[in-house]
Design a protein around this ligand. Structure first.
Ligand code: F3S
Length: 399
């Protein structure tokens, strides 16, 4: 890879340990993927924040970097393993909280915004069309590339941190025009009638696209919440972190429609539900907010929960960013949800909190949430927000 004189000096250690290590990571990545140069990034989003995933080795790595590493661009964090304020209420142990707080302190020392959300674009880390960024969280990467039209590869935690310390990333993959061309036409012939259908559609397209870039036709309308749910699902179940949706996402009108074509029928949506949903009736955990709930979703939850009561043996979590929760506090949604027995899980989510063995069966609106909860040994049910609230109130899945 060709380095500028300044970049070479960074690699030689002129700016200290963290920058030198970062340059080593970026140069190695660039060499592996055939990048010719580094390009400036407008922002970074770092995953690998939960102590549950990092362990002591990860914490040690972060502490080393935090000694002299300071970020050069706006850098935000993915969810941590717990609500940083309300962790006791979510049943997190003292020991885990101590370690998680040490992780957060290391990130803070680096100058990173402790935002702890997978929806950075809702809290102020919003790139412009065409801007190069280095983001890690797969749903956010897909949203940035597809819905916003920014450019990012799916970074690992260390490569994102390296980009933050250098302010640059190697120019390869989805940063380049030639790698952003759709290569499979997906014709959707199915009606999407409820919110979770977007997760089911992501499942169906992810499976059919098989690591290709889908060009999707047949969708008339899609709101922000539907798109963020679809982004999480389509990349979890198989496609690249970029898609085009005709009439909805930027760039779709000027793309050449790929010849290779697959169709998504109503039966594919039904099949997605069949594969995501397990045989289970008793629900002891309901979690909505994968990706993190927007303020609009929180308002809908409050409306559906108003005057109801979460079942005694069921835990109900609303996973969201702290910023969205602060808005919910002001609007009175928090009070309604908590009065009904629901809990806010800010800064964290069902996939990165230490939940293994704690719950038997999850109900959620999210296809991605089901994928990761199965890895935590839970049975899963995906359905509409109404169905999830019903499960929270009765402790049963009823459809
Ligand atoms: Fe976000 Fe966690 Fe889902 S990071 S996309 S809420 S698995």
């Amino acid at each position: 890879m060709n380095l500028t004189e300044k970049e070479q000096r960074m690699l030689d250690g002129e700016e200290g340990y963290a920058v030198r290590k970062s340059m080593e990571i970026l140069v190695a990545l660039g060499d592996i993927y055939g990048a010719e140069r580094l390009i400036k990034v407008g922002s970074v989003q770092v995953a690998g924040v939960s102590y549950h995933n990092l362990g002591d080795a990860g914490l040690e790595f972060l502490n080393e970097l935090a000694k002299d590493g300071r970020v050069k661009v706006l850098t935000t964090l993915n969810p941590a393993g717990m609500d940083l304020e309300n962790w006791r209420n979510l049943g997190i142990s003292e020991e885990f909280a101590q370690k998680q707080n040490m992780v957060i302190e290391a990130f803070e020392k680096m100058g990173i915004l402790v935002s702890c959300t997978c929806t950075p674009y809702l809290i102020g880390n919003l790139p412009r069309y065409g801007e190069h960024v280095a983001w890690s969280e797969s749903s956010a990467v897909t949203f940035a590339n597809s819905v916003i039209g920014a450019r990012t590869n799916r970074e690992g935690g260390p490569s994102a941190l390296a980009a933050a310390f250098v302010g640059k990333t190697p120019c390869y993959g989805l940063h380049l025009d030639e790698n952003r061309v759709p290569d499979i036409h997906v014709k959707v012939n199915a009606d999407l009638t409820k919110f979770s259908d977007w997760g089911a559609l992501g499942y169906a397209i992810g499976k059919k696209a098989e690591n290709k870039i889908p060009y999707i036709t047949g969708i008339d309308e899609a709101g922000l919440d539907e798109l963020k749910s679809f982004c999480a699902s389509v990349v979890t179940y198989g496609a690249k972190p970029l898609f085009y949706m005709k009439g909805i996402t930027p760039g779709a009108e000027t793309c050449q429609v790929p010849k290779d074509t697959v169709e998504v029928e109503q039966s594919d949506i039904r099949e997605a539900y069949d594969n995501i949903n397990d045989e289970v009736t008793d629900i002891d955990f309901v979690c909505v907010g994968c990706p993190h709930c927007s303020i609009k979703e929180i308002a809908e939850i409050a409306e559906l929960l108003r005057g109801k009561r979460v079942a005694e043996n069921t835990e109900f979590w609303v996973a969201t960013s702290r910023s969205a929760k602060q808005l919910a506090d002001k609007r009175g949604y928090t009070q309604v949800i908590e009065r009904a027995g629901g809990k806010f899980a800010c800064d964290t989510c069902m996939a990165v909190a230490p939940l293994k063995g704690r719950f038997k069966a999850l109900a959620t609106t999210s296809a991605k949430g089901c994928f990761y909860s199965r890895q935590n040994n839970m049975k899963t049910k995906m359905g509409s927000l109404e169905e999830c609230i019903m499960a929270a109130v009765t402790g049963k899945w009823s459809s």
